[in-house]
Design a binder for this molecule. Structure first.
Ligand SMILES: NC(=O)c1ccc[n+]([C@@H]2O[C@H](COP(=O)([O-])OP(=O)(O)OC[C@H]3O[C@@H](n4cnc5c(N)ncnc54)[C@H](O)[C@@H]3O)[C@@H](O)[C@H]2O)c1
Ligand SMILES: [Zn+2]
Length: 325
C-alpha cells in the first residue's frame, strides 16, 4: 500500500515544463507530493546531492510508506532511483522518463546510482521501478541533439539483438508518433528480455548491452564528459567495436558499413576529430577494463542481430581500432 506522501524529483530544465502537471495529477489522485528540483546535468549525480534530497524528504515528512517519482532524463532517473533504494532502506520508485535515451534504456533494468570522483556510476544499487510511465509528448521539447543520442542505444539494440528492427531503422522517416511508439516499445522489450536473463549483471548476458561502450565510455572520459554526449560517444564506440568484430568475430564488411551508415543517418558521429587525443582514450580503456594478460572480455557481433562476449580480443586490437577512428 502506498502512503499519501511522495516526492517528485526533477531538474531545472524539466521541472518548469512538466512538474506542475504531474503534481496536480498526484493531488487529484489523493497523494501529497513535495517537489524537489536539482540542477540539470551529470554534475548533480553525486552522493552529496542524494544526501541533500534525503534530507529534504525527511523534512517533508516522507516515511517508509512514501514513494518517489523521478521526472526527467537518465540523470534524474538514476539519482531518484538511488534515493528510493536507500531511503528508509528502500521505498517504491516511479519513473517518468523525459528523454528518448531514458525511455529506451536507463528507465529499464533497475540500475540506479550516482557518480564518484574517480568515475561514473561507481556507487549504486539495483532497485527496480514499481512503474515506468512513457508519454511521448514530452519528447517535443527535447533538443534534437539529445533526441538523436537516444538512437545510439536503439541502434545498439538492433545490432546486438534485432536484425528486423535494423531494417526498419534503415527506412526510418522523420518519426510519426505511432511509429516512434512502436519503436520505443520494441526497445523496452529487447532491453528487459536481456535484463531478465541476468538481473544483477553477474552471468554475462546483461553485458551484451555494453556493446560499443568500452571505447564509448573511454571517449566520454577522454573528452572530460563535455565534448560528446553519452550516445554520441557510444556511436563512435560502436564503430570501433565493429572494426574489432570484423577482425575477431567475422562480421562481414558490408554489414559494418551498414551500421556506420545507419549511425550517420541519425546525425550521430562515426569518427573522431583529428585533434582528439587517441592516447587519452586508450588510457581510459585501460583504467576502465581489467586486462587478463593482454585480453579483455569484449562484446563483438558476428552479424547484425547477434552478439557475444569474446575472449580473444587484445588491447592491441582496441588500440588499432581507436587509431582508425
Ligand atoms: N540506469 C541505467 O541503466 C542507465 C543506462 C543508460 C544511461 N544512464 C544514465 O543516464 C544519464 C543520461 O541520460 P540522459 O541522456 O537522459 O541525460 P539527462 O537526464 O542529463 O538529460 C539530458 C538533458 O536534457 C534535458 N531534458 C530532459 N528531458 C527534457 C525534455 N523533455 N525537454 C527538454 N529538455 C529535457 C535535461 O535537463 C538535460 O539537460 C547518465 O547519467 C547515464 O549514466 C543510466
Ligand atoms: Zn549507454
Amino acid at each position: 500500500m502506498l502512503g499519501q506522501r511522495c516526492a517528485v524529483i526533477s531538474d531545472h530544465n524539466v521541472a518548469p515544463l512538466f512538474a506542475e502537471r504531474v503534481k496536480q495529477n498526484l493531488v487529484s489522485a489523493g497523494f501529497r507530493p513535495v517537489l524537489i528540483i536539482i540542477p540539470e546535468g551529470e554534475k548533480s549525480k553525486t552522493l552529496k546531492q542524494a544526501g541533500a534530497i534525503c534530507d529534504r524528504m525527511i523534512a517533508a515528512g516522507l516515511d517508509r510508506k512514501s514513494f518517489i517519482v523521478g521526472l526527467g532524463g537518465g540523470m534524474v532517473g538514476d539519482i531518484s532511483g538511488f534515493v528510493a533504494a536507500i531511503y528508509h532502506r528502500g521505498i517504491p520508485h516511479i519513473q517518468i522518463p523525459t528523454t528518448l535515451l531514458a525511455m529506451v534504456d536507463s528507465s529499464i533494468g533497475g540500475k540506479t546510482g550516482v557518480n564518484a570522483r574517480a568515475g561514473k556510476n561507481l556507487i549504486g544499487a539495483f532497485h527496480q521501478p514499481l512503474l515506468v510511465v512513457d508519454d511521448l509528448d514530452v519528447l517535443k521539447t527535447l533538443p534534437l541533439r539529445q533526441f538523436n543520442q537516444g538512437f545510439a542505444e536503439i541502434i545498439k539494440h538492433a545490432v546486438i539483438a534485432d536484425a528486423k528492427m535494423f531494417r526498419t531503422l534503415q527506412s526510418w522517416k522523420r518519426s510519426s508518433t505511432p511509429a516512434l511508439q512502436r519503436l520505443i516499445e520494441r526497445n523496452i522489450k529487447i532491453k528487459s528480455n536481456i535484463v531478465a536473463k541476468d538481473e544483477r549483471d553477474r552471468t554475462g548476458a546483461r553485458a551484451l548491452l555494453n556493446f560499443g561502450h568500452t571505447v564509448g565510455h573511454a571517449i566520454e572520459r577522454a573528452g572530460n564528459y563535455r565534448q560528446f554526449l553519452h550516445g554520441e560517444a557510444v556511436s563512435v564506440g560502436i564503430v570501433a567495436a565493429c572494426a574489432i568484430s570484423m577482425k575477431r568475430a567475422g562480421l562481414p564488411p558490408d554489414q559494418r558499413a551498414a551500421i556506420v551508415d545507419l549511425l550517420g543517418q541519425f546525425g550521430l558521429p562515426t569518427r573522431l576529430p583529428s585533434t582528439f587525443s587517441r592516447k587519452k582514450i586508450l588510457d581510459a580503456v585501460k583504467f576502465d577494463k581489467k586486462f587478463e594478460g593482454e585480453k579483455i572480455g569484449f562484446i563483438v557481433v558476428p552479424r547484425i542481430g547477434a552478439a557475444y562476449v569474446a575472449d580473444n580480443v587484445t588491447l592491441n586490437d582496441v588500440r588499432e581500432a581507436v587509431r582508425r577512428l
